[in-house]
Design a binder for this molecule. Sequence first.
Ligand SMILES: Cc1ncc(COP(=O)(O)O)c(C=O)c1O
Length: 387
Amino acid sequence: MNPRGVYLNNAATTWPKPPEVAEAMYRFMTQGGANLARGSASSRDLSTMDMVLSCREELAKLFGGYSHGDPRYVTFTSNVTESLNLVLKGYLKPGMTVVTTSMEHNAVIRPLRRLEGQGVTVRVVTCSQDGTLPLDSFRDALSGGDLAVVCHGSNVCGTLQDLEAVAETCHRRSVPLVLDSAQTGGLEEISVSDLSIGALCFTGHKGLMGPQGIGGVVWSPWMAEACSSLIEGGTGSFSHEETQPSAMPDKFESGTPNLPGIAGLLAAVRWINSVGSQGHKGQGGGAQGAVTPGFAGDTGDRGIRRDGSQGIPWGGGDEPPVGGQRDLGHGAVRAGHRDQAGASLCPPGPQDPGYLPRRGIEVLGGVFQHPGGHTQRLGGPPGGLRG
Ligand SMILES: Cc1ncc(COP(=O)(O)O)c(C=O)c1O
């Protein structure tokens, strides 16, 4: 751990994780390690099955799964990007219309643009300058629509949509709602069954406090039924059949899953379920309060309302080159983004690109995989600084 460091990049991935997460992954690798449903019912085989089932149950509990948290309707994927691809490409067929917002991450807009090329109509509702979805325009756009996909919390500026109102609007128009909960899962209370959400897509490594490389979908049973699978293959079940099983959860889970990731996620979600979303958020909320005033001097009256991550306007100039992650000793920021991100927070005077890393401050600067949101929310040139 780095006692001098200030980690402000939780919207990219949370860190540090609860110690139980790494411990559970280590335990699985050293003491368990059996594959899922592909062994001889040894105690290690059973313990893997038990672990995977428990993780589904904990996620169904956290997200208010249908049928009293039926664990079969929790699917594991690698991340929310894969979850969104699975749901959007599995559900939308040529001739259908999907409604979305101008605040979507590339994990939504890129699959939709691809589907558009295949005959799906994409309607994008423009959000207001603070990133809020105008419900009247949304309701109008839903008319004749087949599916809606909405980002709950913006990764650019943290604006939260009024999920209850969004879900109610979709429900009234009989348009199924797909929710991108990347920035809010684990932090905001969400009940898919209470809100009649069609599919909630989550990622494990942000607010859920799990490791990277694990995510999933919490389905409504009818949406799981209506969606086709994205990949087919071995499921450890129905092995004598040449066609993909339609039974859940096997339908969407071909190939060996990320079992160490599920072990870590289970520990993380158990921890969240024990403290509650509000308790978990309360711990992060304290840090948020400390960060915001620190930024205020640099952002002026363009400071950002934040619920999960912080965002401040980009210091100017063109989009920076995107580079890889660099270990900078006390700091790790995205190389390429780093210099101009640093400029935004530099005190007046000569800009010093090493300002943040030297102080052990880890942030993400640049365009957060969502160019539209920058123009939308922050105005001016695309880019920002987020922690
Ligand atoms: C709103 C939103 N959606 C989707 C994603 C993609 O997440 P992942 O890389 O875990 O698939 C992110 C990541 O920052 C995000 O903020």
